[in-house]
Design a protein around this ligand. Structure first.
Ligand SMILES: Nc1ncnc2c1ncn2[C@@H]1O[C@H](COP(=O)(O)OP(=O)(O)OP(=O)(O)O)[C@@H](O)[C@H]1O
Ligand SMILES: [Mg+2]
Length: 267
């Protein structure tokens, strides 16, 4: 029985591989800062449309891993493939052009804009027509897209609000909106639930679960409750390395994880 399951699994895996269906394939990704290996030999396969949570204590290397995937930093070693293409050395804007997006742990919003203008400009920024003077309709297309994104993140009522006056929770929601500009294929969310109230957390879970199913993501999350409710699979990092992976249910029932998260050892 186990043998059959293993064969079936490997057939599925090879079919995915053959059709280039992996959104992300990391092989031995390493990032050094001087003598410190912030990320060390991380290998992962994430299928198209898959939603992955990455957990780990402070300094585990989660954000650094994101930086190598997004192109904010190049890895010191290893390779990164996005939908079959080697993007290891591509600049960040080329990765964005291919449908990869990210949000940041520390807010990067333009405080002087309205909510709608922020999302409109993000849509325009990734639109292929952004340099064209001959397509006046492009502005309308981007505006329609911006409005539909605001609906998706439950911010339609805030469209004319100045970003500077939004609450922390609304700012985090707006960051998700910006990542949705221009039909992304895969999004890296860096602790979107940080500093949110319980109600805002529930809203975040609903927003993520309602994203189009073909949009995959990795979410870095300290709150186990949120992480397990928005992911298909969970990877845990410690000291720059992956040390445990499993389904949300496996992770929830893992004695070591229970010790870390319920025993107060989590930083
Ligand atoms: N630009 C940098 N220069 C030097 N060291 C860095 C840099 N960025 C991260 N580090 C170090 O790399 C290690 C991993 O940091 P990273 O920010 O990736 O952790 P993290 O898992 O995201 O932690 P947190 O949960 O606190 O956000 C830490 O020891 C950190 O101090
Ligand atoms: Mg981090």
């Amino acid at each position: 029985m186990t043998g059959t399951a293993a064969v079936t699994e490997s057939r599925v895996a090879s079919r995915l591989q053959g059709s280039g269906a992996h959104a992300l394939e990391l092989d031995g990704v390493t990032r050094l800062f001087g003598a410190l290996a912030a990320v060390s030999g991380v290998s992962m396969r994430i299928a198209a449309g898959e939603r992955r949570a990455v957990l780990g204590s402070n300094g585990a290397g989660k954000t650094t891993l994101f930086n190598t995937i997004s192109g904010d930093f190049l890895p010191s070693a290893g390779t990164i493939r996005f939908f079959g293409e080697d993007i290891t050395d591509l600049p960040a804007h080329e990765r964005i052009r291919r449908g990869l997006r990210r949000t940041y742990q520390i807010s990067q919003l333009f405080r002087g804009l309205s909510v709608l203008d922020s999302v409109f400009l993000a849509c325009r920024g990734v639109s292929r027509r952004r340099f064209s003077l001959l397509r006046p309709k492009a502005a309308d297309v981007n505006r329609v897209q911006a409005e539909s994104i605001l609906n998706a993140v439950h911010m339609e009522a805030d469209r004319d609000t100045l970003v500077a006056t939004l609450s922390h929770g609304q700012q985090r929601q707006l960051e998700i909106a910006l990542a949705l500009a221009g039909a992304p294929r895969f999004i890296l969310f860096d602790e979107p639930a940080a500093g949110l109230s319980p109600t805002e957390r529930r809203d975040l879970v609903a927003i993520l679960n309602a994203l189009p199913r073909h949009v995959g993501y990795i979410i870095i999350e300290h709150d186990l409750d949120v992480a397990l409710r928005v992911s298909d699979y969970v990877s845990m990092m410690h000291n720059g390395r992956l040390f445990k992976e499993g389904t949300p249910q496996e992770i929830e029932n893992d004695p070591e994880v229970q010790e870390i998260y319920l025993g107060g050892g989590h930083g």
